[in-house]
Design a protein around this ligand. Structure first.
Ligand code: PGA
Length: 248
């Protein structure tokens, strides 16, 4: 089943108000791309202003707290993202799993908080280079999905992003065969966890997606779009990736 593709940009800790012009330029590029969804997840500080630049492009957060409110200094609740008009929230990005020690149970709780706030949760999974070298990529990602995917989620509430840790920000990507194998494995696991809803969950590939490899990656079965870091920061780089998705 061909699902509607989603191209999501993860700006990470990049961008001040001076970057809002890029959001407007990305909106212009996305407006011409029929039949796909486009999102930008800027830093929290830009969510409100970014929302004013877009109508086709959806805005998302890069993380949320698992609680709806309370004494959690410096944290942001999913309800706060929704209040600003955000439609998506990334949870369990490998940088948060590594830098902030987030485990699968926390990632699932954050995904559930996002869904409860009306957001679409983008749950990230992916193996390290050592795990791949040991032949454990499939089992590691399978275990992450078992622990991180909210078992009651519907296809409309959930996106999964497969991001091999060693491919993020490195300019390296797995072979197309390896991507195909992992996405097939993730699809099977989603069907096991969610039943038939698992057939409709979009599975994004992430990790050094660039204008020159986007079309080949998005032509793979069960690659339902891309989660893009560095190449989402400028419209010049992101627009060709949006076009590749629209043409796939
Ligand atoms: P990258 O980042 O495209 O810069 O490799 C992807 C991500 O971390 O989501």
């Amino acid at each position: 089943m061909a699902l509607r593709k989603l191209v999501a940009g993860n700006w990470k800790m990049n961008g001040t108000r001076a970057a809002l012009g890029e959001i407007a330029a990305i909106e212009a590029a996305a407006a011409g791309a029929a039949g796909i969804d486009v999102a930008i997840c800027p830093p929290f500080t830009l969510i409100a202003a970014a929302g004013q630049q877009v109508s086709k492009v959806a805005i998302g957060g890069q993380d949320c707290h698992h609680a709806a409110k309370g004494a959690h200094t410096g944290c942001i609740a999913a309800t706060m993202l929704a209040d600003l008009g955000a439609r998506y929230v990334i949870v369990g990005h490998s940088e948060r799993r590594t830098d902030n020690g987030e485990d699968d149970a926390q990632v699932r709780a954050k995904a559930e908080a996002g869904i409860a706030a009306g957001l679409i949760a983008i749950v990230c999974v992916g193996e390290t280079e050592g795990e791949r070298d040991e032949g454990r990529a499939g089992s590691v990602v399978g275990a992450q999905l078992d622990g991180s995917v909210p078992p009651a989620a519907t296809a409309a509430q959930l996106v999964v992003a497969y991001e091999p840790v060693w491919a993020i920000g490195t300019g390296r990507t797995p072979s197309l065969d390896d991507v195909a194998e992992m996405h097939a494995l993730i699809r099977a696991k989603l069907l096991a966890i969610l039943g038939q809803e698992g057939a409709g969950v979009r599975i994004l590939y992430g990790g050094s997606v660039k204008p020159d490899n986007a079309a080949a990656l998005m032509a793979i079965a069960d690659v339902d779009g891309a989660l893009v870091g560095g190449a989402s920061l400028t419209a010049a780089q992101f627009a060709p990736i949006i076009e590749a998705a629209a043409g796939a």
